[in-house]
Design a protein around this ligand. Structure first.
Ligand SMILES: O=C(O)c1ccccc1NCC(=O)[C@H](O)[C@H](O)COP(=O)(O)O
Length: 265
């Protein structure tokens, strides 16, 4: 079994422990938080930044304790992030659903629920939790699952980050007419990271699509390389949570030097 299979197996087990009839979720949908427009947030001129709250990872183990995810999210917001990604997978990433709720309540930016979304239940759950954007990983889903989960997510008003890692997956995302495609430089089956994946795949994605470079971005040179490949947004976790000074780390990545900071407070 590869790493992605193991993660998915754990996600399904955890899901069974919090499962309620899906009709219960459907009945509450009208009470879901107002959506914040993730696509709009990622459509600005220049390179958008999705800053991730990530405690641990299968590839690196513990990264940062993040005892106060709200404080970190507020720093990301002050530093100029366009969207906050919150990992909610518990077993391998030490993420928490409650982090997503707390972060969204405390900030004004749209929020990505970063998890392994495999079922309709998780899509309804994400909407009720307040996710503005959810992740669908092409490698984890059949074409039928991908189509159905994508359609349900958009019907519920959420935007979808459709993640790919190779040419075949990129074509599946393009065929789906995904409006936001993430190219992950990390192979989720082997955990190998290769920045050349950005150069190979991003140019194959239509320019009308929001193109997100994901994983392994830690220096300004990495960002420039992704931009040159055609990325319109970057998603960064590890290098920010390990930096000790996320605002400076974000400025450095975005090439804004010392003089730049949005104050969204
Ligand atoms: O990060 C991992 O080790 C990982 C392993 C298996 C599946 C997914 C994984 N990460 C999820 C991500 O996509 C990253 O958290 C995200 O792109 C940020 O990457 P990074 O900046 O390298 O932390």
């Amino acid at each position: 079994m590869n790493v992605l299979d193991e993660i998915m197996q754990g996600v399904l087990l955890d899901l069974a422990s919090r499962q309620v009839p899906i009709n219960d979720l459907k009945q509450q949908i009208d009470l879901a938080p107002k959506l914040r427009g993730a696509k709009q947030s990622l459509s600005k001129a220049g390179t958008s930044l999705i800053a991730e709250i990530k405690r641990s990872s299968p590839s690196k183990g513990a990264l940062s304790q993040i005892t106060d995810p709200v404080a970190l999210a507020k720093s990301y917001e002050r530093g100029g992030a366009d969207l906050i990604s919150v990992l909610t997978e518990e077993r391998r990433f030490n993420g928490k659903i409650t982090d997503l709720i707390a972060v969204r309540d405390a900030i004004g930016l749209p929020v990505l629920r970063k998890d392994f979304i495999l079922t309709e239940f998780q899509v309804y759950e994400s909407r009720l939790l307040g996710a503005d954007l959810i992740l669908l990983i092409v490698a984890a889903l059949s074409n039928a699952q991908l189509r159905d989960l994508y359609q349900l997510s958009t019907e519920l008003g959420m935007d979808v980050l459709v993640e790919v890692h190779d040419e075949e997956e990129a074509q599946r995302a393009i065929d789906l007419k995904a409006e936001i495609i993430g190219v992950n430089s990390r192979n989720l089956k082997t955990l190998e990271v290769s920045a050349s994946v950005f150069e190979e795949l991003i140019p194959t994605i239509p320019s009308s699509v929001i193109r997100v470079a994901e994983s392994g971005i830690s220096t300004r040179a990495d960002v420039v390389q992704a931009q040159k490949a055609g990325a319109t947004a970057i998603l960064v976790g590890e290098s920010l949570v390990k930096s000790g000074d996320p605002i400076s780390a974000m400025r450095e990545l975005l090439g804004h030097g010392q003089a730049f900071a949005h104050d969204n407070s």
